[in-house]
Design a protein around this ligand. Structure first.
Ligand SMILES: C[S@@+](CC[C@H](N)C(=O)[O-])C[C@H]1O[C@@H](n2cnc3c(N)ncnc32)[C@H](O)[C@@H]1O
Length: 231
């Protein structure tokens, strides 16, 4: 355990990043504009991950009209997809800029009436939902912060949780390390890797069962997609 981890400081840092430079960076990755080769692999990898996550969610048999929490919704790509497919969605993000963009795009897509929008953190969001999704958010948390945030999310549903995290392995650790040598404009947000044992420990403690797990690797996009449910 890293006792120097300060949850409040960490949250503030993420909030200010995703409301500033991070908003520009990620909104362009999740948008349609032309990107550098490095970033376009991140866009494509993210799209592959979302397709798989959507497929898994549908496989759970979640009925239309069910409520889904999209925790750390970003620009709302997955939230809007859910709403277009008949689910009721709560889109939550720590960065108000992200929530505003989600709302604007939901209005444009004509699905805002199926959605609720809230600026809040995944550690503090409340409610009860039929399912929880959380993509590429926990990747920004070191083990201590990750466990705390994940515990809160797990309390919000008795149904499926589908999320991503950055698995710890030597290759990824190496890529992360060399990431610091990329030209500044290509540098990625710091990615925090979670060891497999830590992931298993947190899931076990919460009495959750792993239903599916898939590594998604595409160019510079690397993540572990996981579906867990009550045992
Ligand atoms: C890389 S983006 C992913 C967005 C979206 N889930 C997707 O996959 O399209 C990470 C998002 O997590 C949000 N975020 C980071 N820490 C958060 C926290 N503690 N609570 C809620 N949102 C958070 C950021 O503001 C940002 O919008």
């Amino acid at each position: 355990m890293n006792s120097s981890f300060n949850a409040e400081e960490h949250k503030k840092m993420l909030q200010s990043y995703f409301n500033g430079q991070g908003f520009q960076r990620w909104a362009s990755i999740y948008g349609n504009e032309k990107l550098s080769t490095v970033r376009s692999t991140v866009r494509q990898g993210h799209a592959v991950m979302m397709d798989k996550a959507f497929e898994w969610l549908q496989k759970t048999g979640l009925k239309k009209g069910s409520t889904v929490l999209d925790a750390g919704c970003g620009t709302g790509l997955f939230s809007i997809r859910l709403a277009k497919n008949g689910y009721r969605v709560k889109s939550v993000d720590i960065a108000s800029q992200m929530v505003d963009k989600t709302k604007k795009d939901a209005q444009k897509a004509g699905v805002a009436d199926k959605m609720e929008f809230e600026v809040n953190s995944i550690e503090s969001v409340k409610g009860t939902y039929d399912a929880v999704v959380c993509f590429d958010v926990l990747i920004h948390y070191p083990a201590e912060g990750f466990a705390h945030a994940f515990r809160n999310l797990s309390r919000l549903t008795t149904g499926p949780m589908i999320f991503t995290y950055a698995p710890y392995n030597n290759i990824l650790a190496f890529q992360h390390w060399i990431g610091g040598f990329f030209p500044k404009k290509e540098r990625r947000t710091t990615i925090q890797m979670i060891k497999d044992e830590e992931m298993q420990r947190v899931i076990g403690e919460l009495g959750l069962k792993v239903i599916a797990r898939q590594k998604i690797s595409f160019g510079f996009y690397h993540t572990m997609l996981m579906h867990v449910d009550r045992g």
